[in-house]
Design a protein around this ligand. Structure first.
Ligand code: ATP
Length: 334
């Protein structure tokens, strides 16, 4: 009998909170904003660093590509509902290009460092600090009935000079309604949970914990991405090479999931034994891969989404003792 603390989060909210399909958007003028430099190009947008001429503030301008109105409403209402939450990127304005009627999202700017250069430089304390901050964001979003569904290093902006973290790109975010089947074509391949890879639509918030577990594994083992599948099928094979096939089969049995025949050849017949994370530790990563870190990791990277540690439970894990101790000392000094 599975009970997630935020199963019914949207039941206690008014319909307008989650009913994005019927939300009415109020667009402001694009006139105050000028683009300075292109900083990113995603599947769904072009992103610029820009300036608000009215107050001189530097901002980030995300010009959406023509995608379904429904998706646009979903992203905007999620950003509005989560506004001001811990480390949630702040949506400052929603404008519209007058000719094309293209929606333009204006965000606070984060001077983030590329994760490829940042992650290798992080100390053990830094890793704990940033992970704890992202878990706070997930706990908050989930408590608000929302899951991100695309957690990956590219969507976690970190400015190490200010120790600032922002979770961005809520474009695949969704409102969770218990008993609803969701599209499994979400998240980026290397961060897709087993539930997505086996096509189990009845997944929930715990998907974000898997994805974050992949990020943590990548940092600890200095292997980004940690599970690097060539395609979705190979992605599950890569996972099974570490977590083993027995637990995967037990997971499928529990939820009456039928694995594709291809998996049968690749996973079941290979009969690879489960390895512990400890067995994967090499001398060069031993410093970061302390047993307490691997213990947390082994609770995040669990096939069965219902058995994965919850964000607030993860925050209470001994791995974060130094973070909680520092926060308590700061509070006492204030
Ligand atoms: P994708 O196809 O990767 O999902 P997308 O079209 O949904 O992308 P975003 O992920 O929101 O767009 O933004 C694209 C890129 O722009 C980000 O990877 C990041 O480099 C940059 N970016 C977005 N928002 C910010 C911000 N607030 N501060 C700094 N950089 C940002």
């Amino acid at each position: 009998c599975y009970s997630h603390p935020f199963w019914l989060a949207n039941k206690s909210k008014p319909t307008e909170y989650w009913d994005y399909e019927n939300s009415v958007l109020d667009f402001s003028s694009i006139e105050p904003y000028e683009c300075i430099q292109k900083i990113g190009r995603g599947k769904y947008s072009e992103v610029f660093r820009g300036r608000n001429r009215n107050n001189g503030e530097i901002c980030v301008i995300k010009v959406l590509k023509p995608v379904k109105t429904k998706k646009i409403h979903r992203e905007i209402t999620i950003l509005q509902n989560l506004y001001g939450g811990p480390n949630v990127v702040r949506l400052l304005d929603v404008a519209q290009e007058p000719q094309t009627e293209t929606p333009v999202l204006v965000f606070e700017n984060v001077d983030s460092q590329d994760f490829r250069t940042l992650y290798p430089k992080l100390s053990s304390f830094d890793i704990r600090y940033y992970m704890y901050e992202i878990l706070r964001t997930l706990h908050f979003a989930h408590s608000m009935g929302i899951f991100h569904r695309d957690i990956k290093p590219h969507n976690v902006m970190i400015d190490p000079t200010q120790r600032k973290v922002r979770v961005i790109d809520w474009g695949l975010g969704e409102y969770y309604h218990h008993g609803t089947g969701y599209n499994v074509r979400v998240a980026s391949r290397y961060y897709k949970g087993p539930e997505l890879l086996v096509g189990h639509r009845m997944y929930d918030y715990s998907l974000d914990v898997w994805s974050l577990g992949c990020v943590l594994a990548g940092i600890l083992f200095r292997k980004e991405p940690f599970f690097q599948g060539k395609d979705n099928i190979d992605q599950l094979v890569q996972i099974a090479n570490v977590l083993g096939k027995d637990d995967l089969l037990a997971y499928c049995k529990k939820y009456k999931i039928k694995l594709d025949r291809e998996f049968d050849e690749l996973i079941v017949k290979q009969n690879k034994p489960k390895v512990t994370f400890q067995q994967l530790v090499t001398p060069s990563v031993a410093k970061m891969c302390e047993p307490v870190a691997l213990d947390l990791l082994s609770r995040m990277l669990v096939y069965d989404h219902q058995e994965r540690i919850l964000p607030h439970e993860a925050m209470a894990h001994p791995y974060f003792d130094p973070i909680r101790a520092e926060a308590a000392a700061t509070a006492a000094a204030a």
